[in-house]
Write a protein that binds this ligand. Sequence first.
Ligand SMILES: C[S@@+](CC[C@H](N)C(=O)[O-])C[C@H]1O[C@@H](n2cnc3c(N)ncnc32)[C@H](O)[C@@H]1O
Length: 333
Amino acid sequence: MEISLSAISPYLIYRFKSEHELVEAVLELSEKFTKNRERITDYLQDPKLISAYTAFYLLTNVPKLSEVLKWLPPLWVHELKECDFVDLGAGPGTFSLAWKELGGKGTFYQVESSNLMREQGRKIWEGLYQNPIQQSSHWEWKTDKPKFLLFGHSANEMELSKIIHYVQDINPDHILFIEPGTRDFFQKMLSLRAHLLKENYHILFPCPNPTICPMERSEDWCHQFISLKQDHEVERISQMAKKDRKLLPLTVFAFSKTFKSQNPSERLVRVFPETKFSHEWLVCHGNKLEHYQLMKRDLSKEESKKLSSLLSGKALVTEVIKKLDHVTRVKLK
Ligand SMILES: C[S@@+](CC[C@H](N)C(=O)[O-])C[C@H]1O[C@@H](n2cnc3c(N)ncnc32)[C@H](O)[C@@H]1O
């Protein structure tokens, strides 16, 4: 089923009288998210803003999951589909809907502290799928099935201790974080990464290996970008609200207790401006940062064009040609 504005509109808890009213509400919401972080949870009291979240952010976030899964080991994704799915800080059920559409087969659990968000999530799920959803403000279920826990833009709203508490309580086999691509969240993620590695989780993304993150003492931070094609109704709202939802920064981390994989040893972490002669990237290579330079003269026009569209997050396989003072000259293998 297509998760589109027309499909979910009948199930919004607030009926917008016009497109203009929806755009105004999206603008108000976006200001709350970016300008006033200490009052970030205010929108959770207002049915209009909850529905604006649903009509705009749910719809623009849903396509993220399938893009993120492309970075992860296919066999792991296959295994995840058999697990029970815990959508933590589910909001209106963004990632429950995305996971269901991508073939998640287990039981779906939504943990969401806001009553209004739960009401919105229930209305959409039951409207679209005509069956009830397990929902609560906290983790209250007992299940022996393997669990896949997903934090979608929610861990950034929680204290570190709360996130750790949820992980202990739920005891998932697999965890995926899809969070904002901000430096603040990355700092929190570093602590979580250290905690989860200590708890015997393997890191599957983004790090080549579980040693200390080279960004730990840097001003920079590890995050990724995805490029999304939004559905035309949402694209229209995005344009009216002047919000670009096509190129999105995000922080993705994936962990598993049971699935082990040989991670790619090189991952693109920053794309520097391309020069006339070369592609220039910052790459995490075996958990060391290196400035890679790839000369265009070794590429066809088409290959070079393809490389121009690479975004942070992509795994690479290269061969070193020469180590210069500040750059490592490479070619693709
Ligand atoms: C920005 S929304 C994200 C919603 C959805 N996951 C998405 O990606 O579109 C964050 C949600 O996390 C919920 N949340 C924040 N702290 C929470 C907590 N301690 N327990 C459960 N939910 C929480 C908020 O109520 C809010 O609905």
